[in-house]
Design a protein around this ligand. Structure first.
Ligand code: PHE
Length: 466
């Protein structure tokens, strides 16, 4: 049994794998565009506060629940809190399933742009190419979409198949340093561009007059997604963690690295955008497409060493996405291993295969396929969510992660005893800055009120986090 479950090889193993889970499309794709939509500065500051006041305490709560019980999401919540709490774990498993089904599709786009940029680097960027049209043609090409996401699914399954040490930890160990190195190269290049000063001011100079109340909620909602919280991923990763490692220290490190990478990615993208006259207006109309519409061409016209950095950038996106998809698949797989007694190999292939059926639905959402590209459950008019991709994203970001997160704050703050949580967080390994009473205050009051505000605003005020 323990052999089946596995554990990290060292304390760094956990930090790397969890950081790999946290750093993903949320940092490289979503954070830059929500920062753009919310006018930078003040939004970024509010986001940092949400990460510290809500994200970090919940991260510690998830990790401690996992480590205490050494079980994956369902079993961990059952054991640490009570039998009925297995449902919350089950909610997380379903959430991982749905989230992975559409996350893989965006991850697949990075493979497409990697091959495209490689081609352009070799033969030159075609003068008459409209990247907006290229993107549209790409997402609506059904066969291509299914192939790209199949490729990414196979990569994800192959990693989880080899288990916690030889699969998940190993790729985090190899990929994260590569990812940091590529990001550093891009940062150096971007800071040398004429728009970097304006970009830094946009991101780091708060102007509270330009922050709407909805921006506050968006910052809060995103802190869940970016830290992989609210669906049991950190419970699962925490369950493979050693007793002689400080949860507070490891969690703080993961949260800092995730935040750093989100900020660096944003500085890079905005430096490029502000360097090109007229680009800011153009991006304004398609913020979501920043990564796949605005950037590809700019690598070949504006960015110093762009022909080299372009393909590297899309490798970076793919690697970041892969270390996240494996954590999502691990949530579902470890449930089958722990709760159903299925061997890892079988469990990985079964869960990966089942999720891929839904990935196909997400992949075909932008092609002209009846039902899949027309299904409509949420929103009206401009905000309507059409197709499985948008429907799933809407459901996960607005409903599943916040409710899951809320349940976890309740579990750790109100339903577990003080002795139980204190025993995990205060065991002689904790760093000097850590104060148990402060954590307990945040997890009992601050986090539930903040997460409750998300849920209320989704239910009653039509706020949308997807
Ligand atoms: N944190 C990942 C990102 O920022 C997404 C994710 C969410 C991964 C939940 C695992 C669990 O892209």
């Amino acid at each position: 049994m323990t052999e089946q479950r596995g554990n990290w090889t060292s304390s760094m193993g956990f930090v790397l794998a969890a950081t790999g889970s946290a750093i993903g499309l949320g940092n490289l794709w979503k954070f830059p565009f929500i920062t753009w939509e919310n006018n930078g500065g003040a939004f970024v500051l509010v986001y940092l506060i949400c990460i510290a006041a809500v994200g970090l305490p919940i991260m510690m709560a998830e990790v401690l629940i996992g480590r205490k019980s050494q079980k994956s999401a369902v079993g961990a919540l059952k054991e640490a809190v009570g039998p009925a709490w297995g449902l919350v774990g089950g909610w997380g498993v379903v959430c991982g399933f749905i989230l992975l089904s559409y996350y893989t599709v965006i991850a697949g786009w990075s493979l497409f742009y990697f091959t495209k940029t490689l081609g352009w680097t070799a033969t030159g960027f075609p003068a008459d190419l409209q990247t907006g049209e290229l993107f549209g043609a790409q997402v609506s090409n059904a066969g291509l979409q299914v192939m790209l996401s199949l490729g990414f699914t196979i990569a994800t399954i192959s990693v989880v198949y080899f288990g916690v040490q030889k699969g998940i930890e190993r790729i985090a160990r190899i990929f994260l340093p590569i990812l940091f190195a590529i990001l550093l190269l891009l940062l150096v290049s971007a800071l040398g561009m004429s728009g970097s000063g304006e970009a830094l001011a946009f991101i780091f100079r708060p102007d509270f007059g330009r922050l709407e109340p909805s921006g506050l909620l968006e910052a809060l909602g995103h802190s869940f997604f970016t830290l992989s919280l609210g669906m049991g991923a950190m419970i699962t990763f925490g369950s493979y963690m050693d007793r002689n490692q400080s949860i507070a220290k490891a969690s703080a490190l993961i949260v800092c690295l995730d935040t750093l990478i989100a900020l660096v990615a944003t500085v890079i993208m905005f430096s490029v955008i502000f360097s090109v006259p007229g680009m800011a207006e153009q991006v304004g109309s398609s913020t979501v497409g920043m990564l796949f519409i605005s950037l590809p061409a700019l690598f070949y016209s504006e960015v110093p060493f762009g022909a080299l950095l372009g393909p590297l950038f899309y490798v970076l996106v793919a690697l970041a996405a892969l270390t996240s998809t494996v954590s999502l698949l691990e949530v579902v797989t470890s449930f089958l291993i722990d709760e159903r007694g299925i061997t890892r190999h079988k469990a990985t292939v079964m869960s990966g295969g089942a999720i891929f059926v839904f990935t196909i639905m997400a992949a075909l959402s932008f092609a002209d396929v009846p039902i899949l590209s027309t299904m409509h459950l949420f929103g009206e008019g401009d905000t309507a969510k059409i197709g499985w991709f948008s429907t799933a994203d809407h459901f996960v970001s607005n409903w599943m992660l916040p409710t899951g997160g809320f349940a976890i704050t309740m579990a750790a703050g109100w339903f577990m005893t003080r002795e139980a949580t204190e025993g995990e967080l205060v065991d002689g390994t904790e760093p000097r800055w850590f104060h148990y009473g402060a954590w307990r205050f945040f997890i009992r009051f601050v986090a539930p009120i903040a997460v409750g505000a998300i849920i209320v605003s989704v239910m009653f005020f039509n706020v949308d986090f997807s």
